[in-house]
Design a binder for this molecule. Structure first.
Ligand SMILES: Cc1cc2nc3c(=O)[nH]c(=O)nc-3n(C[C@H](O)[C@H](O)[C@H](O)COP(=O)(O)OP(=O)(O)OC[C@H]3O[C@@H](n4cnc5c(N)ncnc54)[C@H](O)[C@@H]3O)c2cc1C
Length: 482
């Protein structure tokens, strides 16, 4: 693309592509510049282990993708995206008893929680009344007056609490506590922290609206569908083009950065005020991830075979164990019994592995920037609930937190979700501003997961950033930024 674009988006992650689509849908000319040779950011798929085994490099399971209020307005199916939904969203194995299962049916899920069945229904059922999508519309966006205030109030009164506080006061048994703790651990915060209960509630809720899906053929199908839609709207994408300074930017009226705040500060330093740069550089990213992908000779031999029905397995035992592992990581220690997020895509998608073989995907949180190989520790946790698992491993591919940052500079320290989403930084990411997607330079915007509503493949950050840019685009010049 040689002509000057209305908008240049730096980075083709789901938020960058969502921003580009939002702009293109309104008639703006858009160019996305991506440093990597492949588009998609955290949604790429690759043969990491052996030929014929297709592994999701980062994101794998997409409750926020299928429920994203923005993605739901897009004809992504026409561009090849097919969500594959298992019968069980989450299986949570426990020692010497059947696994806890989160399924579409709240009654069925509750029945598996023994004496806590009624308490679970009392907590989650009110959120499902009417159209639960409305609550997600309010939650998956910037801080503003909610469109559905009563729903938000009901949610917020419980959600503001810590996950451990809520789980221990509401549930008596290990089963409900563990299920809730595992869902809350997606917050990447110590579970004693305020608002971690909100994350537990959101992830339980999503499982009752839609089964947590994977993308047929691999998560790369999400990026491909977004790019297909963008190009059908006249947008352009260039890969293999890293932006390291303002001189690398093509001419445009507005620039949207699908990057970390630190990268934005480094690239746009000459045209942003020092006070704002200081605040960008103070942004907190939190722990990183350590991940293993396996090529397997067969399905994972879970002690409880019903675990094979779930796309996602929360491996880590009781609430106390999960809380202690997440707390250790937060305080800079490597967990000895990590809480493991495990996805078994090939159980539901035959394209992921040769006939009769399987893929396995698992990660745990580790201190930021960690270079430690936790293979033994992580595999021991899986072996605990699936004896004989190691015998099924044909090959493995390991990525430390430091590897993740090398792979994608937006994952600072290996942080997977765009930065700490605690009370101080959830809605005020990257800094406290009336419109967090804008910067003091009226032509520069941030559209990555380091803006509200934060991490995950949902495109909402990109959508809201593009809306902010669209409000200004016509009044801005297309001269060089400096
Ligand atoms: C191991 C792991 C597992 C995850 N699992 C899940 C999951 O199961 N479900 C889920 O919903 N989410 C998951 N996530 C989180 C999810 O991947 C991210 O939140 C999401 O990708 C963020 O999207 P984004 O568009 O903001 O940024 P990214 O996806 O990080 O994309 C940023 C893009 O910008 C490019 N870029 C950066 N800097 C420059 C530059 N200077 N010049 C040019 N290009 C640049 C990068 O190459 C990249 O392509 C996971 C993440 C990790 C790391």
């Amino acid at each position: 693309m040689n002509a000057i674009a209305d908008a240049v988006v730096v980075g083709s992650g789901p938020n960058g592509l969502a921003a580009a689509i939002t702009l293109a849908r309104e008639g703006a000319s858009v160019l996305v510049v991506e440093g990597h040779d492949e588009i998609g950011g955290g949604t790429r798929t690759s043969e990491l282990t052996l030929p014929g085994f297709r592994h999701d490099v980062c994101s794998a399971c997409h409750p926020m993708g299928i429920l994203s209020p923005f993605f739901r307005t897009l004809p992504l199916d026409e561009h090849g995206l097919r969500w594959v939904q298992p019968t069980v969203s989450v299986a949570h194995p426990l020692d010497d008893e059947p696994a806890v299962l989160l399924t579409r049916s709240i009654e069925e899920t509750a029945r598996g929680l023994g004496g806590d069945a009624k308490a679970y229904e009392r907590l989650i059922a009110p959120l499902l009344l009417g159209d639960p999508q409305r609550l997600l519309q309010d939650l998956l966006g910037p801080l503003r007056i909610p469109r559905h205030p009563l729903r938000m109030l009901r949610f917020g009164l419980q959600g503001i609490r810590s996950a451990t506080g809520l789980a221990r006061s509401r549930f008596r048994g290990d089963r409900a506590q563990a299920l809730f703790g595992g869902c809350a651990a997606h917050s990447v915060l110590p579970l004693e922290r305020m608002i971690t209960a909100a994350v537990g509630m959101i992830f339980c809720l999503t499982g009752h609206i839609e089964s947590w899906p994977i993308a047929e053929g691999g998560s790369a199908a999400i990026g491909r569908a977004l790019m297909g839609l963008l190009t059908s709207l006249g947008g352009h994408v260039e890969t293999g083009r890293w932006v390291r300074s303002l001189a690398d930017l093509p001419r445009a009226r507005v620039y949207l950065f699908d990057t970390s705040p630190a990268q934005l500060a480094a690239i746009a330093e000459p045209v942003l005020p020092s006070g704002y740069l200081r605040r960008l550089r103070r942004y907190r990213y939190g722990p990183g991830v350590f991940k293993i992908d396996w090529a397997l000779d067969g399905p994972i031999p879970w002690k409880d075979p019903s675990v094979l029905d779930a796309s996602t397995v929360h491996v880590g035992g009781t609430l106390d164990e999960i809380a202690s592992s997440e707390d250790a990581v937060w305080h800079g220690h490597h967990p000895t019994r990590p809480f493991v997020f495990l996805i078994q895509q090939s159980q539901f998608d035959a394209t992921r592995a040769p006939t009769g073989k399987h893929t396995g995907y698992a990660y745990c949180h580790v201190p930021a920037g960690s270079t430690l190989d936790l293979t033994q520790t992580l595999e021991s946790q899986v072996e605990r609930f699936a004896p004989g698992f190691r015998d099924r491993i044909l090959a493995r591919h390991v990525m430390t937190a430091a590897d993740f940052e090398r792979y994608n500079p937006a994952f600072v320290g290996g942080a997977a979700t765009g930065g700490v989403a605690d009370l101080a930084q959830l809605f005020t990411r990257p800094v406290a501003r009336y419109n967090p997607y804008t910067t003091p330079n009226r032509r520069i915007f941030l559209c990555s997961a380091s803006t509200p509503p934060g991490g995950g493949v949902h495109g909402m950050c990109g959508y809201y950033a593009a809306r902010a840019a669209l409000r200004r685009i016509e009044r801005l010049p297309d001269t060089p930024l400096c």
